[in-house]
Design a protein around this ligand. Structure first.
Ligand code: GTP
Ligand code: MG
Length: 238
């Protein structure tokens, strides 16, 4: 099993070395052939340069540099394309680079894939999953967004907005990434909507999401609005 991990970064200089080290440890301890694709948007804190320095010493790390902050959705697409073009992986993961997504869960995702799922999402909202260190406001927003999007779009997934996922290469080739118009966080709901529409099997594996302790969040009010507008657009298109 060969996995590629796509790590979008924007100002994650404290987190990046820790996340990469944890990923490499998981690869080594679980005999996973893996590589890490950092997609950096010219972070003002020089995360991109730090990534280059790590990549010079560690051949399993590659870095894609983009000119400026172009959004999470297109960052995922750039990373997915890189993984597909280089024919590197059986499974392609996406993961936040702020230690909210613990690399220790990677073997659970692989197990779910081996059980026959084409897409596996790391779920906070199934038994065994959860959220640590979130205030009431953030919990209600996330739960509400998830309930709304899975009900309105008819996707039977409890955690539609999780960014910790893996896809088979076939899924990434077939969902026509070019057609995805949403960027930012709404990209995540659009991708699952398309996977469901194409009939791919989507499974959930529990994760405990730990709120970031280093660096700052990029989730703005604007992103939340876009999330709901995308929901409406997808509903009308369906
Ligand atoms: N390349 C790139 N990465 C981004 C962009 N926006 C966010 N990211 C990264 O995407 C991941 C998720 O962003 P976060 O700010 O942690 O968003 P979040 O997890 O929804 O919010 P928090 O819970 O507050 O951390 C992190 O690794 C960010 O550095 C972007 O425009 N470009
Ligand atoms: Mg985060």
């Amino acid at each position: 099993m060969h996995v590629s991990i796509v790590l979008p970064t924007y100002n994650e200089k404290e987190n990046l070395p820790l996340v990469i080290q944890k990923l490499l440890d998981v690869f080594d301890n679980h005999h996973v052939k893996g590589n890490i694709i950092v997609v950096d948007d010219n972070s003002p804190d020089d995360t991109g340069k730090l990534a280059d320095r790590i990549a010079e010493k560690e051949h399993r790390v590659q870095v894609i540099h983009r000119e400026g902050k172009m959004g999470l959705g297109t960052a995922y697409i750039a990373g997915f394309r890189h993984a597909l073009e280089n024919n590197m992986a059986d499974l392609v993961f996406s993961m936040d680079c702020d230690l909210s997504h613990d690399p220790a869960y990677i073997p659970d995702f692989i197990d779910m894939h081996l059980k026959g799922y084409d897409v596996v999402v790391g779920s906070r909202y199934i038994a065994g999953g959860g959220v640590e260190n979130w205030g009431m406001h953030r919990r209600i927003m996330s739960k509400g967004a998830n309930l709304l999007s899975s009900t309105i779009l008819g996707v039977r997934v409890k955690d539609m907005t999780t960014g910790y996922r893996c896809y088979t290469c076939q899924v990434l080739k077939e969902i026509e990434m070019n057609s995805i118009t949403s960027n930012g966080y709404s990209f995540l709901e659009e991708v699952l909507f398309l996977c469901n529409k194409k009939g791919f099997a989507i499974g959930e594996t529990p994760i405990v999401f730990i709120d970031r302790t280093l660096g700052s969040s990029k989730l703005s009010k604007n992103e939340m609005w876009k999330f709901f507008l995308t929901l409406m657009r997808l509903k009308i298109k369906r």
